[in-house]
Design a protein around this ligand. Structure first.
Ligand code: 0X9
Ligand code: ZN
Length: 428
């Protein structure tokens, strides 16, 4: 009898109909146009969230889709995929466990302070961290209030000034435009900590900070980030209220004035890639744009941190045309990707956004580029879909270290090209 029961469980689990599954992520590969249409329908008509691609219109033949499926719809969705013989497998069997791992913050752990940067943090913790880091480093770290979110939370950018040379140039890094990409804010915190800890110890970061101030916006979309901790871990957009529908949120990376709302963005408020009512309609994107407009003479390098898929992208994403300094940008991204591969044995794709992933207008990188910040990049950090947005805390240090290598490589190149055109940057 026991063996029979066991056999039944194994069979049902194997067929994917086990009723005790939690929320899942499925990896689905449609091979015909008919299957593409079915997967599109599944992703729009059931309570699911597309992880990859970001919106149903990008689903195409022979390209793998990562679809988050809550436990209550899993039976129906998997039944449909079976019925139409659409290739699929369970990528993550129980996302609830992974979410628990990401949100567990055991402050009774005696090692907790040393592992602060290897954990994810709530929005409140990040605001508290901003307070602490500015108080503890009054001569080197300043918090600048650049605006507020649609729910009126403050947007603080940190300014790191490790060296008081006159007329210093600067670089900008923002993290967390997309709420569910938690590794991004974790990277911004990591970057600040690394800069303060390794200035005058690591030659590359010393050279960068001697030649540039750094503006770091740790959470560009605080309302969305808060929402991912409290209500829906899969939320992407900000949380602004739409007048015409019951849907919330604008995709802040479609809200900038760079071929705004053309192909690759949506005018529908319910879409994950909703471009908003007009360019910079959202206070978060407006705040960043205003800040960069008023600092465009000093900021030489713009960087926006996202996840996942391991890519180093540069303009353009809003058109298939090449940027005027395309070969420079390509060379820099290639060098950064090669270093990641050499030191961490990890592969990053690189290239112009539109050709490397998809046309996606209204992004901050293209807008910053058109403003005159000629070294403009978007990094998509780890991983390539093993855990996706639910990257375990144990992977934070590797993900951040490899991103640090890329940032350092590109920042040094920017300094070399713009400040010391014929030699390499001076070190301290
Ligand atoms: O689609 C995006 O906004 C980014 N990918 S993500 O999966 N993190 O959503 C890519 C942004 C590339 N740059 C622009 N679209 N401008
Ligand atoms: Zn993103």
């Amino acid at each position: 009898m026991k063996t029979l029961v066991l056999l039944f469980i194994v069979l049902t689990v194997d067929k994917g109909y086990c009723t005790e599954t939690g929320d899942q992520v499925l990896s689905i590969t449609p091979t015909t146009q008919e299957q593409v249409d079915i997967v599109r329908n599944v992703s729009t008509q059931y309570e699911t969230t597309l992880w990859q691609p970001v919106s149903h219109q990008y689903i195409k033949e022979e390209t793998t889709v990562h679809l988050f499926v809550p436990a209550n719809t899993s039976g129906a969705v998997r039944g449909l995929l079976h019925k139409h013989a659409i290739n699929h497998e369970v990528l993550l069997a129980n996302t609830n466990e992974l979410i628990e791992m990401q949100t567990k913050n055991d402050s009774s752990d005696p090692r907790s302070s040393s592992t602060f940067y290897e954990r994810y943090h709530t929005l409140e913790d990040i605001y508290y961290w901003i307070d602490r880091i500015t108080q503890d480093n009054p001569s080197t770290v300043k918090a600048i209030l650049i605006g507020s979110s649609s729910e009126k939370r403050p947007l603080y950018a940190l300014k790191l000034t490790l060296n008081n040379r006159p007329n210093k140039k600067a670089m900008w890094i923002d993290c967390g435009i997309h709420a569910r990409e938690w590794i991004a804010p974790a990277f911004c915190l990591w970057f600040v900590h690394y800069s303060l800890s390794y200035y005058n110890i690591n030659q590359d970061i010393t050279s960068i900070l001697d030649n540039m101030d750094v503006y770091v916006l740790p959470v560009m979309n605080p309302d969305g980030y808060k929402y991912t901790w409290t209500t829906n871990r899969m939320w992407r957009k900000n949380r602004s209220v739409s007048r015409s529908t019951n849907c919330f949120g604008v995709d802040l990376n479609r809200n900038f004035d760079a071929n705004w709302c053309t192909e690759g963005a949506s005018p529908e408020p319910c879409s994950e890639i909703y471009c908003g009512a007009f360019p910079e309609s959202e206070p978060e994107s407006e705040a960043v744009a205003n800040f960069l407009r008023s600092h465009k003479n000093s900021v030489q390098f713009y960087l926006s941190i996202h996840s996942y898929s391991q890519m180093l992208l540069f303009p353009y994403s809003c058109t298939l045309e090449e940027a005027e300094n395309h070969s420079d940008l390509l060379e820099m991204a290639q060098e950064a990707a090669q270093k990641i591969q050499r030191y961490y044995r990890n592969i990053y794709k690189y290239g112009a956004g539109a050709k490397t992933i998809y046309l996606a207008p209204g992004g901050s990188d293209d807008w910053a580029y058109n403003l005159g910040i000629k070294y403009s990049f978007t990094f998509e950090l780890q991983d390539r879909g093993s855990y996706g947005f639910l990257l375990p805390p144990s992977q934070i240090s590797r993900a951040c270290n490899e991103a640090m290598i890329a940032v350092k490589t590109i920042a040094l190149k920017v300094i070399e090209k713009t400040q010391y055109p014929t030699s390499s940057p001076r070190t301290a």
